[in-house]
Design a protein around this ligand. Structure first.
Ligand code: AMP
Length: 176
């Protein structure tokens, strides 16, 4: 996983002062980097009897789409409010200032389907927990969350653990 980590670019003070932005575009533009990351997820989820891959808007679509294709499973997007055309379920969640909202098509997952939820990164965990709520509303069973990057200092992965939601992260950035 050190190869994956070394291909992720850190942009200090973006989008605002004090944030270390972990930019996966440098990982995925590198053919070897993209393959390392996607193949690792696929090897893991091949063994877990997954029915559906859910990806979170928008970088979760990149990894999630590739993983679903290679697992021979379908892909379901969780999108920001107002982007999905058919009937949706939605969940609002707190941001540092204000709230945000994510949505999923009501017919995207059936009762009892085994789901892996993919995103590039977990920070506060707000987005991941909202996505989990959407999947549960539709009756899906969350097998695991899959991230390229965990930022444990921000506390999101701990929140998932406390909520009894398993997660897997390929790389960890902490204390820097
Ligand atoms: P959160 O809901 O706080 O866990 O934020 C998760 C989403 O915000 C992820 O989908 C990331 O794409 C993005 N994000 C938050 N913090 C960072 C960061 N330091 N570097 C890169 N992306 C971030």
């Amino acid at each position: 996983m050190s190869d994956i980590k070394s291909k992720i670019r850190t942009v200090p003070n973006w989008p605002k002062e004090g944030i270390m932005f972990r930019d996966i575009t440098t990982l995925i533009k590198d053919p070897e980097g993209l393959k390392l990351s996607v193949d690792d997820f696929v090897a893991r989820y091949k063994e877990m009897n997954i029915d559906v891959v859910v990806g979170i808007d928008s970088r979760g679509f990149i990894m999630g789409g590739a993983i679903a294709y290679l697992l021979n499973k379908g892909f379901v997007p969780v999108r920001k409010k107002g982007k999905l055309p058919a009937e949706t379920e939605s969940v609002e969640y707190e941001l540092e200032y204000g709230t945000d909202c994510v949505e999923i098509h009501k017919d995207a997952i059936s009762q009892g389907q085994r789901v892996v939820i993919v995103d590039d990164l977990i920070a506060t965990g707000g987005t991941a927990l909202a996505a989990a709520e959407l999947v549960k509303k539709l009756g899906g069973e969350i097998v695991e969350f899959a991230f390229v990057v965990d930022l444990p200092d921000v506390g999101g992965s701990k929140k998932l653990k406390n909520a009894g939601l398993p997660y897997y992260a390929q790389t960890v950035f902490e204390g820097d």
